[in-house]
Ligand binder design. Structure first.
Ligand code: 3BY
Ligand code: FES
Ligand code: FE
Length: 409
C-alpha cells in the first residue's frame, strides 16, 4: 500500500464529532504528509517583528527538516530564507538568534546580503555567476507586527485574515513591544493534541486554577452556561464599543478565530492575583480593563493581547511524537524591568499553565496509542473549536491526496 493510500484509509475511519483515529496522531506516513500538506503549504506563525528589530537581526526556526531564517534587511523589511547555503548546503545561521552585517556561511564563507543575494564566494571560476546562487526565499507576511511565513511557492490567501484581525490587534501595537521572557517546551505529544488541548477550556476547571483567576471558560459572547457571564459580557461590550475596540467574534471560518473576551470581574491581567503585570500599557492604551483579544490561526499559533502585555504561542512539530511549543511574553518597548514589571510575575500564570497543558497533551498522547483507544465524542458546548480544527485538518490533508484516493470519502 502506498503512503497516500495508507493516509486515505486512516482518514476514512474518521467520524465527525469524534476524536481522531489513533494512527492519525502517530503514523509516520500521516506525519510526512502533514509536513507537506500543512507545514509546507500553509502560513505559519514565526515571531513578533520586534524580535528582529534592527537590520541584521535574525532568528531561526525549524519547520520539520527545513531551517528558516527570519531577518530584517537593510531596507527595514522582514524577510525569510531557507537556512541552507547555496554552496554545499550547510546551515548558514547556526544560532537561534543574533545580529549580523551579512549572512556568512561558516563552512567556506560564502557571504550573502541581508536580502539573500550572494555577494562573495572566493576561489570560484571566472564564469561563476553569483546571481544564480541567492539564498532561497520563503514568503513572509507581516500581520499587525506578527510575522507569518509560508514555505509554498504559491501561498494561500492571507488578506482576509490580515484585514479581519488587524482592527482587534492594532490597538495593542505588537510591533512596539519587546520580549520580556521566552520559553520553549519540548512536549512528547503529537502536535494536533497540543492544538486540540488549546482549542477547548473543558479541561480548565480541572487543571488550571491559576489561569482561571483571569480567564473565563466561555469562548463566545452568547455562552449561556453561566448567567453572570452574559451580564458581564454585555457590560464590557458597551465599554469596548465606546472605546472603539472591536470585540465580537470575527468571521474567521475554520482557519482563524479572533475575539475580545472579558476576564473575570475586577481582573485586568493574567496574573496570579488578577492585578496588573506591567505598569505601562501596550500601544497607546489608557484603559486597563480590556480582557484579552484571543486570536488563533491554523495550524500553529494562538495569542492573547492584553492591555499590559501580549503572549504569542508557536507550535512546531519535531516528529510525529514530539512538539516544540514556544511562548513569548511581550511588554511595551519602553517598559522598564524591575520598575514597570517583574518577569517572574509576568510569566507565572502561563508558565504554570503551559506545564499543565504539556502534561495533559503527553498523557493524552500515551492514551491514544493504547490498543484500547477508540475515538470518543467531543462536547459540542465545550469542544466546538476542536470540531472546527478537525474539519480544517481533514479538508487540508484531503486536498493533498490524489483525487479519488481509495478510502477517501
Ligand atoms: O486561553 C487560551 O489560550 C485557551 C483558550 C481556551 C483554553 N485555553 C487555555
Ligand atoms: Fe556554505 Fe560551503 S557550504 S560556503
Ligand atoms: Fe490548557
Amino acid at each position: 500500500m502506498s503512503a497516500s493510500e495508507n493516509v486515505a484509509e486512516l482518514m476514512a475511519q474518521y467520524r465527525t464529532g469524534f476524536s481522531l483515529p489513533g494512527p492519525l496522531y502517530y503514523d509516520a506516513d500521516v506525519f510526512e504528509m502533514e509536513m507537506k500538506a500543512i507545514f509546507g503549504t500553509q502560513w505559519l506563525f514565526a515571531c513578533n517583528e520586534c524580535e528582529v528589530k534592527e537590520p541584521g537581526d535574525y532568528l531561526t526556526l525549524e519547520v520539520g527538516r527545513n531551517s528558516i531564517i527570519i531577518v530584517r534587511d537593510d531596507n527595514g523589511e522582514v524577510q525569510a530564507f531557507h537556512n541552507t547555503c547555496r554552496h554545499r548546503g550547510s546551515r548558514v545561521c547556526q544560532e537561534h538568534k543574533g545580529t549580523v552585517g551579512r549572512l556568512v556561511c561558516p563552512y567556506h564563507q560564502w557571504t550573502y546580503d541581508l536580502d539573500g543575494t550572494l555577494l562573495s564566494a572566493t576561489q570560484m571560476p571566472e564564469d561563476f555567476d553569483p546571481r544564480r546562487y541567492s539564498l532561497k526565499p520563503v514568503h513572509a507576511a507581516n500581520v499587525a507586527g506578527l510575522i507569518y511565513i509560508c514555505l509554498a511557492e504559491a501561498p494561500p490567501d492571507l488578506d482576509h485574515f490580515k484585514r479581519t484581525v488587524t482592527p482587534y490587534i492594532a490597538p495593542h501595537q505588537p510591533a512596539r513591544t519587546k520580549v520580556a521572557f521566552e520559553s520553549v517546551l519540548i512536549e512528547k505529544a503529537n502536535w494536533k493534541l497540543v492544538i486540540e488541548n488549546n482549542r477547548e477550556c473543558y479541561h480548565c476547571a480541572g487543571n488550571h486554577p491559576e489561569l482561571l483567576v483571569s480567564l473565563v471558560e466561555a469562548a463566545l459572547p452568547n455562552d449561556t452556561r453561566t448567567h453572570w457571564f452574559s451580564e458581564l459580557m454585555l457590560r464590557k461590550a458597551q465599554e469596548w464599543d465606546a472605546l472603539g475596540l472591536p470585540h465580537r467574534p470575527a468571521d474567521g471560518g475554520i482557519e482563524f478565530r479572533c475575539i475580545r473576551l472579558p476576564f473575570n470581574e475586577g481582573v485586568t491581567s493574567m496574573t496570579m492575583d488578577g492585578k496588573p503585570a506591567c505598569k505601562k500599557l501596550v500601544g497607546d492604551l489608557t484603559e486597563r480593563d480590556l480582557g484579552s483579544v484571543r486570536m488563533f490561526h491554523v495550524p500553529n499559533n494562538w495569542n492573547h493581547f492584553l492591555s499590559d502585555h501580549i503572549i504569542h504561542f508557536r507550535v512546531l512539530p519535531r516528529g510525529p511524537m514530539e512538539t516544540e511549543v514556544r511562548t513569548t511574553w511581550l511588554v511595551h518597548e519602553d517598559a522598564i524591568e524591575g520598575w514597570d514589571y517583574d518577569v517572574d510575575r509576568l510569566k507565572e500564570v502561563w508558565q504554570i499553565t503551559n506545564q499543565q497543558d504539556q502534561h495533559l497533551a503527553e498523557q493524552n498522547f500515551l492514551g491514544v496509542r493504547s490498543d484500547a483507544y477508540e475515538p470518543g465524542p467531543y462536547s459540542p458546548a465545550g469542544e466546538f473549536m476542536i470540531l472546527d480544527f478537525n474539519r480544517w485538518y481533514m479538508a487540508t490533508l484531503a486536498a493533498h491526496l490524489p483525487p479519488g484516493a481509495p478510502g477517501l470519502r
